[in-house]
Structures are given as C-alpha cells and as structure tokens.
Design a protein around this ligand. Structure first.
Ligand code: ADE
Length: 244
C-alpha cells in the first residue's frame, strides 16, 4: 500500500475525488481515506500544517498501515530565482531550516541522527512520471487557471528543500535562507519532518512540491489562489503516471 500525504485538503482533493472503494479511519483528529487510486491500494490523509503535524501523521501511517512507501505532495514557495509558479520540485535533500540546537549540535544538525539533512532515495521513477506529466500538463490543468499564474512551460527540478514552522513571505528571509542553506531551492513546512520519521523507520519516501508562490510579499495571495485551484490537479497527473 502507498500512503499519500498533503498538508491541506485542497492539495489532495483531486485525488480524493478519484479514489474508489473508499473506507475511512478516524485517528488523532485526522481522517485516513483508504481505497484504490489508478488500480493501486492507497491511503490518503491530510496531515495539517507544520512539522509536528506531519511527523505525527507519518508515524501513525507507518504503524497502522502496511506501507511500501510514502509520498508527500503539496505546494512550496520558490526561493531560487529560476523557479516560477507552476514549476515542480522533487525533493533531494531535506533540511529543517528552523532547527538550531547549537552550541550542543551544529546548526541544522538533527540530534542523535547526526545529519544536517536527510536525502530521498531512488527518485528515478517519480522523475520519469513527472516528466511525462509535464508533457501532458494541459490535460490536467485548465488553460484559464494556468493563465492566472502566467504558467506557460512548467519545469521539473530535482533539488533541495528547506522545511520549517514558518510561512515565508519576505525577501529578507529568503536572502538569509539562501546564505544559510545555499542548495535549498524552495521552502515549505512539512517535508523534512516526514523525511526524519521515514529515515527512523526505514520507510522509502518522496516529496513532491509544486511552486505556488515565490515566498515574497505576494506569497500569501499566490499561495491561497494556487492551492485552491491548481495544486491537486498536479498531484493527480503526476501520480497517474507514477502508478501506471
Ligand atoms: N508553502 C507554500 N508556500 C510557502 C511559503 N512561502 N513558506 C512556507 N511554506 C510554503
């Protein structure tokens, strides 16, 4: 069984609409939707925002379901100048940008685990599926919606992600992050928490992030508009190819 997590219902709604033979399990104020998606047995859940919520949901999934892998899909703020709204980031190394237990541990070091970041493994088939999705992108995303965000030719980048319990909407904060974690190309609030739990339980995982905003002054407006319209159609298109 494959678990699919999003932080918000909006990011997963198109998948829920396609889910068949659905049964639900309520636990810890979350609903786990079990069913079949594109002929694969899946469990869908929205974790709610932030690292604690994502870590708790991931742990619950691993303990209660017979999982082969976990896929997190959601939106992110682009902090690399070449990333535009509508581009897709598949996570490589996951950093917790708000983790700082110095002087006991190095900046960003996860205590005991002794790592500054956690990496995803075997992204090749997800990258291949996402590449096919981008070739057929207009089948999933309405032209009108794409035009709102000026999305013409969205691209895929396999790159590093910085997660933290903060919504980033300032150029000053972006500059700080660029300096602290130069390889990070986007920011979000859950990925590195999922990565840590999956590392600890030896569970394969992937992080898919669609750029909803550029983490600047306009971020709150872009983020809300993008999440409500396009985000989950991307997830649907990518996963349809991934499961094929
Ligand atoms: N998720 C989407 N956009 C984000 C941003 N600007 N900061 C943090 N998380 C996000």
């Amino acid at each position: 069984m494959i678990a699919i997590i999003s932080a918000m219902q909006e990011e997963i709604q198109a998948l829920l609409n396609k889910l068949q033979n659905v049964s639900t399990i309520e636990k810890g104020m979350r609903t786990y939707y079990v069913g079949t998606l594109f002929n694969k047995k899946v469990v869908l859940v929205f974790s709610r925002w932030g690292k604690v919520a994502a870590a708790a949901t991931t742990t619950q999934l691993i303990n209660d379901f017979d999982l082969d892998e976990i896929i997190f899909t959601g939106v992110a703020g682009g902090i690399h100048p070449n990333l535009n709204i509508g581009d897709i980031v598949i996570g490589k190394d996951l950093f917790q940008h708000d983790l700082n237990a110095s002087p006991f541990y190095k900046r960003f070091e996860i205590p005991i685990i002794k790592k500054l970041f956690l990496e995803t493994k075997n992204p090749d088939s997800l990258i291949a599926a996402t590449t096919i999705f981008l070739q057929n992108y207009h089948c999933y995303v309405k032209l009108n919606d794409a035009q709102i965000f000026d999305i013409t030719k969205p691209k895929l980048v396999f790159g590093d992600i910085a997660s933290g319990d903060q919504f980033i909407s300032s150029l000053k904060k972006i500059a700080k992050l660029n300096k602290q974690i130069p390889s990070a190309i986007c920011v979000e609030m859950e990925g590195a928490a999922v990565a840590q739990i999956c590392y600890e339980y030896e569970m394969p995982f992937s992080i898919i992030r669609i750029i909803s905003d550029k983490a600047n002054d306009n971020a709150t407006i872009d983020f809300s508009k993008f999440s409500n319209t396009i985000a989950s159609n991307y997830a649907l298109g990518i996963l349809e190819n991934y499961f094929a």
